[in-house]
Design a protein around this ligand. Structure first.
Ligand SMILES: Cc1ncc(COP(=O)(O)O)c(C=O)c1O
Length: 400
């Protein structure tokens, strides 16, 4: 099985570029340019410099001793939460904004759910002196208030979106509409491994720095460059794609992805796309999609704004369908419990998205000598309101 994109932009049956006529030329231009730009010495030098001196990479691979004792295995956390702006999103945003600059585009648009990609893009634009417009569902504007304030301070215009259930899907719809109106001047910085080809591949390559580092960090710390398990959460799939990138072809590495079950896969209040989705097209890509019998998109639900999406990156749809990745659906409550557990055992407050990956630990059985690498995609600052309001977290704190 092949987990790199083919010449037409597909991973197996998933992917492609389903864009309106007006965007065809713009998407083709990006498709024809991106590999050359990524491989050019000037891009590589600028990107490496910024990753090291601005973002603070390499992010640590931290051996979590107390968490390991709890689960009778060897758990290493890939600390993307320690990046500048607090998540993995900056790896991609800086790369795409550099590409935009090379292509002569000075107006940047982005969609955001949890606000991390919006903050990362606004940061890259402030750094490079570019105009930045971020579309964000009105529900997410409320639940990720801190990130909205950050984006504004960074000079971005935040556009609240009132359609649908006012979350990530609706923000992406609006960003695509904007792009259709300004295809020549505007670069659309997509925040995950979603969208028309070449975005899923472009974002995967920019996030591949995560597994590039895991390889040498494991070699240094445990004497071999691969783990027995890799675990990551999947919204659109970018932190997972980066975590798995250099390991897809290694059959010794088992891959487990966590998607958001919301209140439960069968409750009608869920964002578990791989469990519930059927083949469809969303935001320019053929993939698994939550939809009703008439093909209308089902509104997703998750406590986590970053995982609250009815689609999934085509790469992850392919990995799940072919059995390369095992996918667990994690409920809101399971994620909240896992967030509290990491905080209590290791003193790390994770993003609620990352907490979905942590909630895999009690559901799997690992060997005592297994090396388990789990990506903590972001930090919990943006979720403090959600955590503070959670009876589950509060009751535990009061009884402690
Ligand atoms: C901290 C964090 N983790 C994970 C995600 C999910 O995105 P992806 O699946 O692209 O990594 C988000 C999205 O906003 C996020 O903010």
């Amino acid at each position: 099985m092949n987990y790199t994109v083919d010449n037409n932009g597909y991973y197996g049956t998933y992917g492609g570029a389903y864009v309106p006529e007006i965007l065809y030329g713009t998407v083709e231009a990006l498709k024809n340019a991106y590999l050359d730009v990524l491989q050019s010495p000037s891009f590589k030098a600028q990107y490496a410099h910024l990753m090291k001196h601005y973002v603070g990479r390499p992010s640590p691979l931290y051996c979590a001793k107390r968490l390991s004792e709890r689960y009778h295995t060897q758990i290493y956390l890939k600390r993307e939460d320690l990046n500048h702006t607090g998540a993995h999103k900056i790896n991609n945003a800086i790369g795409q904004v550099l590409i935009a600059q090379q292509m002569g585009k000075r107006r940047i648009i982005a969609e955001t759910g949890a606000g991390q990609h919006g903050v990362a893009t606004a940061t890259a634009c402030a750094l490079m002196g570019l105009e930045c417009i971020v579309y964000m569902g009105a529900t997410d504007v409320e639940r990720q208030y801190l990130n909205v304030q950050k984006m504004k301070m960074l000079g971005a215009s935040v556009m609240p979106v009132q359609s649908g259930n006012k979350t990530l899907k609706d923000a992406a719809n609006e960003a695509l509409r904007d792009w259709c109106c300004h295809p020549d001047t505007t670069f659309y910085v997509i925040g995950s491994t979603v969208g028309p080809h070449p975005y899923p591949d472009l974002v995967s390559r920019l996030q591949a720095i995560i597994s590039e580092e895991i390889k040498w960090q494991l070699q240094e710390q445990v004497g071999r460059d691969y783990p027995d398990y890799l675990i990551a959460c999947v919204g659109g799939g970018s932190n997972a794609a980066g975590t798995y990138y250099h390991y897809w072809d290694n059959p010794k590495v088992r891959i487990i992805s966590a998607e958001a079950a919301g209140l439960g896969v069968d409750t009608g209040q869920s964002a578990a796309t791989i469990h519930l989705g059927k083949l469809g097209i969303i935001h320019g890509s053929k993939t698994l999609l939550m939809q009703d019998d008439d093909g209308q998109i089902t509104e997703p639900y998750s406590i986590s704004a970053g995982l609250d999406y009815p689609g999934i990156g085509p790469l992850h749809a392919h990995a799940a369908t072919t059995g390369r990745a095992k996918v667990l659906a994690i409920t809101d409550d399971e994620a909240l419990r896992a967030a509290l557990e990491l905080t209590e055992l290791e003193g790390i407050i994770p993003a609620i998205e990352s907490a979905h990956a942590l909630a895999v630990l009690p559901k799997e059985t690992f060997g005592a000598n297994d090396i388990v690498v789990l990506t903590v995609s972001g930090r919990g600052d943006k979720d403090m309101e959600t955590y503070a309001r959670s009876p589950l977290i509060n009751s535990s704190r009061q009884s402690a």
